[in-house]
Write a protein that binds this ligand. Structure first.
Ligand code: FES
Ligand SMILES: [Fe+2]
Length: 339
């Protein structure tokens, strides 16, 4: 199955790329990430054109990376900058990928570099909103990225899979609506009444035993999901500033057909700057993703093998509407890219 190529994908949180080169696979292609002396992040093909050694195992020399086998060096534009065995020619080069640093993330363009317009990086405005304090994390998922999108666009699983995020004894009803808006597919959950949860208790000192909750997940191609969650004493028609807000970003990059890089960020507009709360928040959220979602997705991937989900004719429920809409849009983009 091919991947959407003409798009920006998250490569790594900026803070995770330090002085050492980093090897990563995106859309089945091996890439090396490193920083120049001026701290500019660079992405090159992680394969020396001479005998295909991994450049990520080499050393940095100024702004260039040296192949660990016979010492060819390549600069940020992929051109050879030093050849110990003869002249430097234009033919000695590796592919350089456009890479942009924004929202604390390095974004890589895997398609035609001529089309790489940074203005098309998905907007994460909440990440720049001064009201929110953020924690971030990374998870390697043993499953196709579309299974992760299915998981995130159908949060009715939270009740069954995540005791930290929902009180398992809660029997109040949830209203779910799924719809398309512009380039986005949206799942919206409204619970005018619900039991308070462990996550909310950790953030909000005066939370009543029964509160009101709104949650909304917005997907845009290929695999960016922005989530808003709001909690209040009483229900409002829309999520306004009086709500306790816990926004999330879920940013996915296919690694291979069966594995995914999953970058997440969780914000809060309460107890900002409280390190202990940040740690508890990270621990709780990471635990849910790592110990509950990931094993479920990995098991499903194993059971599916290389079969396509829709070709397996799964039972489709009303809660699947968003996931199916997103899959259709991915298929449309792929079709357009292959013309
Ligand atoms: S394999 Fe890289 S210089 Fe020979
Ligand atoms: Fe989940």
């Amino acid at each position: 199955m091919p991947f959407i190529r003409e798009s920006w994908y998250p490569a790594t949180w900026s803070s995770l790329l330090g002085a050492e080169p980093m090897a990563r696979t995106f859309l089945g292609e091996e890439v090396v990430l490193y920083r120049t002396e001026g701290q500019v992040a660079v992405a090159l093909a992680n394969s020396c054109p001479h005998r295909f050694a991994a450049l990520a195992n080499g050393k940095l020399h100024g702004d260039s990376i040296a192949c660990p086998y016979h010492g060819l060096r390549f600069g940020p534009d992929g051109r050879c900058s030093h050849n110990p065995h003869g002249p430097v020619t234009g033919a000695i080069r590796v592919r350089a990928y456009p890479l942009v640093e924004r929202y604390g993330m390095l974004w890589i363009w895997m398609g035609d570099p001529a089309n790489a317009d940074p203005a098309t990086i998905t907007a994460l405005s909440a990440r720049e909103d001064a009201r929110f304090d953020w924690v971030t994390g990374y998870l390697h998922v043993e499953g196709n990225y579309q299974l992760v999108i299915d998981n995130l666009l159908d949060l009715t699983h939270v009740e069954f899979l995540h005791p930290f995020l929902v009180d398992p004894t809660d029997t109040f009803p949830t209203k779910v609506i799924c719809f398309e808006e512009g380039d986005e597919v949206v799942s919206r959950y409204t619970r005018p009444q619900c039991n308070r949860t462990q996550l909310v208790i950790a953030l909000w000192d005066d939370v009543p035993p029964v509160m009101s909750l709104m949650a909304e997940m917005r997907w845009s191609a290929p695999s960016n999901l922005i989530q808003r969650n709001g909690f209040d004493v009483a229900h409002h028609a829309d999520m306004d500033d009086t709500y306790v807000q816990v926004p999330f970003c879920h940013l996915l990059t296919p690694e291979t057909e069966r594995t995914t890089h999953y970058f997440w960020a969780g914000g809060r507009n309460l107890k900002q700057g409280d390190e202990q709360v940040s740690q508890a928040f990270t621990f709780g959220v990471e635990g849910a993703f790592k110990n509950e979602d990931e094993p479920m997705i990995a098991d499903i991937q194993k059971r599916m093998g290389l079969r396509d989900l829709l070709e397996m004719k799964p039972l489709l429920l009303p809660i699947d509407k968003s996931a199916v809409l997103a899959r259709r849009r991915v298929a449309d983009v792929l079709k357009r890219e292959q013309v």
